[in-house]
Design a protein around this ligand. Structure first.
Ligand code: WT7
Length: 640
């Protein structure tokens, strides 16, 4: 196969070149403990760790700990330690939905805001170890709220503002949150998102004692006496100092819910020390961070990318980070590049789906802006097709800027496979090679570890500091989900090819997780929403390739006897999913069918459903185990 290889563009001049990278890899292999303890020195510890990783992926000794005797506070690491010499440096540039309507916050201002928030939480009785829900737009107060939790040792759980009240309620219930921080409304692409009203709906059953509301639009929102308070009513009276809690490295920092192949979303738990070391280190390595950079990661803080590379990674490195509360196509398709020019952005990190959507609108939206400030581009969240990569590199980056295609997951805390921009030759579509200390393996269904150029299921053989530690309140599920399929290994859920140069090409999920526009959706969740409709008997949901979204959702639905599948019912079902989960989970296609393809033991053969959704008319493989092989013809006849 002929592949394009792009060398590091001339003049990039990275701090870490091929020689330095080889040294990092050699040290990580030869003396892992020393290597990781060295990386831990990026942080300021109250008590420095003397041990690095202490972990086992085996069932009888299972457990993961890093820097376990270390003590620190993460808000101190993100803020206080930068103040003496760099308090006036801009920490966050808030870029609002309307271009130019944002504001900047210096490290000192963010510190004071964080302390105010922390003091307010304390006044409301929030203590170390308590869970606090954050359901907010991309405004600096959201970052301050996260850091405030870290300051007092509370565990934050951010929920993306696009999630429905039902989804929010499920998460509040699962982690038994004692406070919710929200805003009156969000504004995105000139549309208003009723965040406070969604919180009210979520709290109809199972109330919490405190809801703190930040005013974003000033909309009139109902306030429940005794429970709800406006942050602005309290802010000026709150002290701008707050003694930080000294945390153990293994104390939980946050819970972030993510979808898996089965059941309800899992509360992925990340702890303080290891997570912080990992995001601080990877931010520095992968983005070749320099003090003059303006870093813009377009992700929302409701996803892990926002946690690690809008908030914690940049702030731990004393960087200036853009918090974008808009969308790529508002007010027009030039928004990203207009903003890059206006703010002088040097590093830009976004999702392939956005790149593909913008590519389709034509080069002119890009080339009318100078983009001279840019020096590095990145992508994350889903495989990037080589064409889109080339467009990003050539048109957006003028062939001057390396592109780092970064593979990672909510579970990994930070980037695991990515080029070093100044050291790694790039192949469009490949996340290239593992970072130092990361040990990927490809395995087949029979548990054989595959060598050389091959394809298989992607596992990781040894722990790294940013690895998730448990599923909230369900340690058994943690082991079952990730360590049971391939004993002794962490299984990522992704399929992957490794080429003759040792480059990794992620091919996508091999489980029932669907990746729509970089958003991770569990097929079981969408199915359970569909079957909750009174006319629906059964549902099976699969992903199929989509030009812009990467994947879209194709739902097969069987109806109860006597019900008719028509356009109105399609609309109702889509509405049902939007209501239960959120708009981003809505099926693109709904296929009413008299039956689903099942084996004699009653298992749905998703392989066949995926093929039909992709548009295949034959090549379904072995269908002899189907209870009723004629189902396939019926399905083909009804394809959407
Ligand atoms: C899944 C994780 C990573 C933070 C955002 C998504 C897919 C992620 C890439 C990439 C190919 C990628 C994988 C992974 N994915 N990055 N560079 N190339 N696929 O986090 O929601 O936990 O989703 O996203 O399938 O397993 P997430």
């Amino acid at each position: 196969m002929s592949e394009t290889v792009h060398r590091v563009p001339d003049g990039f001049g990275a701090r870490i070149g091929p020689r330095e990278l080889a040294e990092l890899n050699a040290l990580a292999d030869a003396q892992p403990d020393r290597f990781w303890l060295d990386q831990a020195k990026r942080l300021t510890w109250n008590k420095s760790p003397t041990e690095a990783g202490d972990w086992s992926f085996d069932e009888d000794t299972f457990g993961i700990r890093w820097f376990a005797d270390g003590e620190l506070n993460l808000s101190v690491n993100c803020l206080d330690r930068h103040l003496p010499a760099h308090g006036d440096r801009v920490a966050l540039i808030f870029e609002a939905d309307e271009p130019g309507q944002g504001r900047s916050m210096t490290y000192r201002e963010l510190y004071e805001e964080t302390c105010r928030f922390a003091n307010l939480l304390k006044q409301r009785g929030v203590k170390r170890g308590d869970r606090v829900m954050i359901y907010m737009p991309m405004i600096p107060e959201a970052a301050a709220a996260m850091l405030a939790c870290a300051r007092i040792g509370a565990i934050h759980s951010v929920v993306f503002g696009g999630f429905s009240p039902e989804s929010l309620a499920g998460r509040i219930d699962d982690c038994d949150a004692c406070a919710v921080i929200t805003a009156d409304e969000g504004v995105r692409g000139s549309k208003y998102i009723p965040l406070k009203r969604n919180v009210d709906a979520a709290l109809e059953e199972g109330d919490v004692p405190t809801v703190i509301v930040v005013k974003r639009t000033g909309a009139d929102v109902p306030m429940k006496r005794g429970r709800d308070i406006f942050y602005s009513d309290w802010r000026d009276a709150l002290a701008t100092e707050c003694e930080p809690e000294v945390m153990n490295a293994e104390d939980p920092l946050f819970i972030l819910y993510t979808s898996g192949s089965t059941g309800k979303p899992k509360g992925v738990v990340h702890t303080t020390g290891g997570y912080a070391v990992w995001v601080a280190t990877t931010f520095d390595w992968v983005f070749d961070y320099r003090s003059e950079d303006i870093f813009w990661c377009t992700a929302d803080i409701g996803w892990v990318t926002g946690h690690s590379y809008v908030v914690y990674g940049p702030l731990l490195n004393r960087a200036t980070s853009v918090m974008f509360d808009g969308v790529p196509n508002y007010p027009d398709f030039g928004r990203f590049w207009e903003t890059v020019d206006r703010l002088g952005v040097t590093i830009f990190y976004t999702a392939p789906t956005a790149i593909r959507a913008l590519e389709r609108e034509g080069d002119d939206w890009v080339t009318r802006y100078s983009r001279r400030s840019l020096r590095l581009l990145g992508t994350v969240g889903e495989p990037i097709n080589p064409d889109a990569w080339e467009w990003y590199y050539r048109v957006v980056g003028d062939s001057r800027c390396p592109v780092v295609d970064t593979w990672w997951q909510t579970e990994t805390g930070g980037i695991l496979i990515s080029p070093f921009p100044g050291a790694t030759d790039m192949k469009p579509g490949s996340a290239t090679k593992p970072l130092p200390g990361i040990k990927p393996l490809l395995v087949d269904a029979q548990h054989n570890v595959l060598e050389g150029a091959t394809s298989g299921n992607l596992c990781i053989a040894s722990s790294w500091p940013g690895q998730m530690r448990t599923v909230w309140q369900d340690h058994g599920r943690f082991f079952e989900t990730y360590f049971k399929a391939y004993p002794g290994l962490y299984f990522t859920g992704d399929g992957c090819r490794r080429d003759e140069d040792g480059y990794y090409w992620i091919t996508g999920r091999v489980d029932d997780v669907i990746n729509v526009s970089g958003h991770r959706i569990g097929s079981a969740e969408v199915e359970s929403s569909l079957v909750s409709h009174r006319k629906v008997a059964e549902a099976a949901v699969v992903g199929y390739p989509h030009d812009i979204k990467g994947q879209a959702i194709y739902a097969y639905v069987t109806l109860n006897a006597g019900e008719e599948g028509d356009e109105d019912l399609r609309k109702e079902l889509i509405q049902e999913v939007r209501h239960d989960i959120g708009a981003f989970s809505a099926p693109e296609k709904i296929h009413f069918t008299p039956a689903l393809p099942k084996t004699r033991s009653g298992k749905i053969m998703r392989r066949i459903l995926r093929k039909i959704a992709e548009g295949a008319t034959d090549g379904f493989g072995d269908t002899s185990t189907l209870a009723d092989p004629t189902v396939v013809d019926a399905l083909l006849a009804g394809r959407q």
